[in-house]
Design a protein around this ligand. Structure first.
Ligand SMILES: C[S@@+](CC[C@H](N)C(=O)[O-])C[C@H]1O[C@@H](n2cnc3c(N)ncnc32)[C@H](O)[C@@H]1O
Length: 294
């Protein structure tokens, strides 16, 4: 019988606290009391897998090597996602937001549409956006479309770029959508090149300020909920600045901007709450009304 070596792991609360602090400092992800058990279990598993005897040895390793730091981070990330995760959101994109962009930009040359999926995980979110754009935008080929899909996890991005999914994971899509946008291969359902070409995948840490240009929509669903209030606010302000006036911002269902001091206007469409950056003309008009000049 094969013998298994079990290393006795020595992990104190102080060491756990230092590891937690380092992760938060570099990635913004906060493991608060509600995720304490998840955090310590995963760190312990990592120590065992790496054959390290203490938290101090792990700290030395992750401080000295970015590869080792990333390996630990990958183990700690929550990457749950699915195609068309919130149908009402994709319905709003299809029926309200894209028609609005279409009308606003109809006479622009070139006509461009830029959408960011920030924290895209294994790609289901940006591919769902691409499918919705193809179905909603009239004469999609007449537009310059870019869907920027970023994540801190290189492993998730590799999966996303491959664009290969199981039958079960595409079950939220309709049969015509599955047939139109995927090829049924012996390895699974492969995203067709037409959809794949609309997306630029890139590794990006949201806690670092990176210039992404102006965007019509930003999706950051189920990511910021893991950050501290301070980090969340700084990132939300960057999202606000990156949006075109009249652009839209999407959070996950259980997230909200209530009591967050950013200037987004909440809009409820078909039961889902999304956020809009007020267009310049509208904010001038609102200011004039406040002054009593209108
Ligand atoms: C729960 S998933 C959400 C995926 C998708 N947005 C959705 O709602 O289905 C959270 C994603 O955020 C990513 N993430 C966490 N911290 C990040 C950071 N600092 N910068 C960029 N991405 C991050 C994780 O790797 C993970 O893929």
């Amino acid at each position: 019988m094969k013998q298994q070596t079990i290393t006795a792991v020595n992990l104190s609360d102080t060491e756990l606290g230092e590891i937690r602090g380092l992760i938060e400092q570099r990635s913004a992800i906060l493991f608060d009391a509600s995720r304490e058990r998840f955090f310590s279990t995963r760190v312990r598993e990592h120590l065992e897998e790496r054959g390290l005897a203490s938290g101090t040895a792990l700290l030395r390793q992750i401080r000295g090597s970015s590869i080792e730091y990333e390996a630990l981070l990958e183990r700690l990330l929550t990457q749950e996602t699915s195609f068309v995760r919130y149908p009402a959101v994709f319905d709003a994109l299809d029926k309200k937001i894209l028609p609005e962009v279409q009308e606003r930009k109809f006479w622009e040359n070139p006509r461009s549409l830029r959408i960011w999926s920030a924290g895209c995980s294994t790609g289901e979110e940006p591919y769902s956006i691409a499918i919705t754009v193809c179905e909603s935008l009239k004469f999609a080929e007449a537009w310059e479309i870019e869907i920027l899909a970023t994540d801190i996890s290189r492993r998730a991005l590799r999966h996303a770029e491959r664009g290969l999914y199981s039958k079960r994971s595409i079950q939220n899509l309709s049969l015509p959508q599955a047939e139109t946008y995927f090829s049924d291969t012996k390895h699974g359902f492969q995203v067709k090149p037409r959809i794949r070409r609309m997306i630029s995948f890139a590794q990006m840490n949201l806690s670092e300020s990176v210039y992404v240009g102006k965007l019509d929509c930003i999706f950051c669903m189920n990511v910021l909920m893991y950050f501290s209030d301070e980090r969340r606010l700084a990132i939300l302000r960057r999202f606000y600045d990156a949006l075109e006036p009249g652009g839209y911002f999407f959070l996950g269902h259980s997230e909200t901007l209530t009591n967050v001091p950013v200037k987004f206007e909440p809009v409820v469409v078909g039961g889902c709450r999304i956020y809009r950056k007020i267009a310049l003309a509208e904010s001038r008009r609102a200011a004039l009304m406040m002054e009593g000049s209108l």
